[in-house]
Design a protein around this ligand. Sequence first.
Ligand code: BG6
Length: 488
Amino acid sequence: MRKADNQILIIFGASGDLTGRKLLPSLLELDVRNLLPDRLVILGASRTEFTDEAFREEQCKHLLPIVEKENLPKEKLDEFLKRVFYVAFNSMDTAEYPKLKEKIKQLRQMADLPDNILYYLATPPSMYEIIPQYLKENRMNRAGDKSGYRRIVVEKPFGTSLESARKLNEHLSSIFKEEEIFRIDHYLGKETVQNILVLRFSNGIFEPLWNRNYIDSVEINASEMLGVEKRGGYYDKAGAMKDMVQNHLMQLMAFVAMESPSVFEPEQIRDEIVKVFRAVRPYVSKEIDGMVVRGQYEGYRMEENVDSNSQTETYVGMKFFIDNWRWSGVPFYFFTGKKLPAKTSEVIIHFKSTPHTLFVGQCSGGSCNKLIIRIQPNESITLRFGLKMPGTGFKVKQVGMDFRYDSLATTYLPDAYERLLLDAMQGDSMLYSRSDALEASWHFIDPILNHWKEKGVEGLYPYAPGSNGPEETRKLGAEPNVDCGCHF
Ligand code: BG6
């Protein structure tokens, strides 16, 4: 693979959780595999006072587990840390940007770097407008050299409604060009999610079945065992709909439902994603209660930084349709929530039953055939079908053919952030959301959120931690089987 150009990666919000938990560990993993640009400088920027040395030391606690896991010599970590620098500055004050500019100048001279900068906003969403604004005011949004570039990665959530997402898009595109803006959705960085495209479009056998004639329903689950942990402040304003459905689950659904592009190029893939989002049938307000179930786990209101009267949903189950030739009449389901029995993300394609039942008890009256794409953990793909139980009679047993990623013993499964960081450094936006796709997904989600706002606490169902979510989910006509993640 071609290495990205030498550049500076500037992480705003560098003293925060994302930098330590995901960004620096991913960069170290990339370094171990020799995938980073030869001269990449990583500059952490945030308010907390650190020297370069103190910041490196602080990050070490997140990096040491990787050193151990990869069995790296201590020198490898030291070498990586030599790439890492820090500037303490207040990104909410335009007068402080010259300080950042000065540090960039020093680092460029020191490492003899071209005028290439990748900004990464690992900050609270409230800063997504102001930082680009101040970069512009301080003439830092355009490269000085013609051959240089500026790029910016914006974390999710991207807006909180269609209107705010539009406003943010407009604002960013007044400062950066669309090809310079990288809206991250870490689900797209997952190997198993990307593999949906390869599974579908590199095998002739699935395509003839991949439509309303053979598929009964499509189910997309993302369940988590953990609650909101330390993120109550953020989560209480977001809830499962904005935290998981509007982005991760919608993107997964797009990969399952989209048409094949004619070429495997970023814009063509992104065009197909938008077409799916635009074809999703919008809810009319009177059907929302019957098609979207929200729940809140018991004890949520006692979590740190959560409002004691919170109406935020920690669970969503929903049924919807995609109005196009391929999917007309096929129900799609999303199930996602916190404090459920297992941590599982998966896509399940439920194929139609045989037109006539020959065998008693054939797959418990349903269809024997499912394709289960397990995104995580135990990443795998399983095709389930009925077989005769050995012995007398014709008893049908459902069995599976499995592919498990861990059977590729020598293959390293990278973290989503590794792939996404590398792509942003290379300027490849295929796995990043485009503005029109984001707006189209908000267009679908907005009416649900508005409906819930009107209803208040009515229709917010409690569920016990460790249960499968609220009982009311049954009314959707499909039930997630989160405890084994195997759905048979
Ligand atoms: C994040 C959400 O985007 O995705 C979290 O903010 C959620 O609330 C997480 O836990 C799930 O990601 P993953 O990769 O663990 O499925």
